[in-house]
Design a protein around this ligand. Structure first.
Ligand SMILES: Cc1cc2nc3c(=O)[nH]c(=O)nc-3n(C[C@H](O)[C@H](O)[C@H](O)COP(=O)(O)O)c2cc1C
Length: 266
């Protein structure tokens, strides 16, 4: 949507809408100007806007026909299956393929979700880094359970992971922290993540103070409230979009030391 305009011909406030996927069209502007546009602009009365957006959302539809997934072809180990799909996500050059939704909940069960970056994975778990005193940190301290969600729309895939969460070793957090660009290290020292601050200048002053404190140091010490968490999975679900909404869903659950593989209805 490109902005609100006033249509002098009808005296009705209208909104200028750009529809990128539309074919090229000639547009007659109210002032008599004509223009050939690849992305035509439409004038729509403001009063119709919510109707329009609902119609468009209801009509948004994708056909899923890229791949299939079967309980007989998947790897017996879900981490190996994750690795296979993750490599494909990387080689498909998706934007931030390691971005995942992390869902946590308070001790009372109130859920919350945000994006974090996967920095390591393997049979020991799925690791991300953050501030231990953030909201997610407080929730994980009270309720050390989490769900992870990878959504790779271009591949018509999603992966859900559930499990308990633990902090990783401080030495591993330190090694990762010091491998980050220096400005990210300063940023972690400067930000009391998830706490209310009075304005951006608070952050900038704190950043300047940290620059002064750590002047000349390329590798900063690990902030005491910063480090990694590992989600240790006990369930994985691999979802592959299929035609007619008959998607493939393969569920792995941990039974004793083994992974049980089942198919879920879409
Ligand atoms: C693409 C992307 C990647 C992010 N990666 C991280 C991350 O690795 N660690 C982190 O603490 N926050 C990351 N964030 C910011 C979080 O989504 C969130 O704003 C922040 O961690 C505070 O969350 P909380 O208040 O629930 O603790 C990322 C955000 C985006 C959009």
């Amino acid at each position: 949507m490109n902005g609100a305009v006033f249509d002098f011909f009808s005296n009705i406030p209208k909104i200028l809408v750009c529809v990128p996927d539309f074919c090229a069209a000639k547009v007659d502007f109210p002032n008599g100007k004509k223009e050939e546009r690849e992305h035509p602009l439409f004038l729509i009365p403001l009063s119709h806007l919510s109707l329009l957006s609902h119609m468009n959302l209801a009509e948004l539809r994708q056909h899923y026909a890229l791949e299939s997934l079967s309980e007989t072809d998947v790897r017996p180990d879900p981490v190996a299956q994750f690795a296979y799909w993750f490599e494909e996500a990387i080689s498909s050059q998706l934007l931030e393929p390691n971005a995942m939704t992390l869902a946590t909940a308070t001790a009372n069960g109130r859920p919350n979700a945000r994006t974090v970056l996967l920095k390591d994975y393997g049979s020991q778990g799925f690791t991300f880094f953050t501030n231990y005193e953030s909201q997610k940190g407080a929730e994980l301290a009270a309720n050390p359970q989490a769900a992870l969600l990878f959504t790779w729309l271009e591949l018509q895939r999603q992966i859900r992971i559930e499990g308990r969460v633990e902090k990783i070793d401080t030495e591993v957090s330190l090694a990762y922290f010091q491998s980050r660009p220096r400005e990210s290290q300063i940023g972690a020292w400067a930000s009391s993540q998830s706490h209310v601050i009075e304005g951006r200048e608070v952050l900038e002053k704190r950043e300047a103070a940290m620059e002064l404190k750590f002047a000349g140091l390329e590798k900063l010490p690990l902030p005491p409230n910063w480090g990694g968490y590992r989600v240790i999975p006990d369930a994985f679900e691999f979802w592959q979009g299929r035609l007619s909404r008959l998607h493939d869903r393969i569920l792995y659950t941990r039974e004793g030391g083994e992974w049980k593989i089942e198919r879920l209805a879409p």
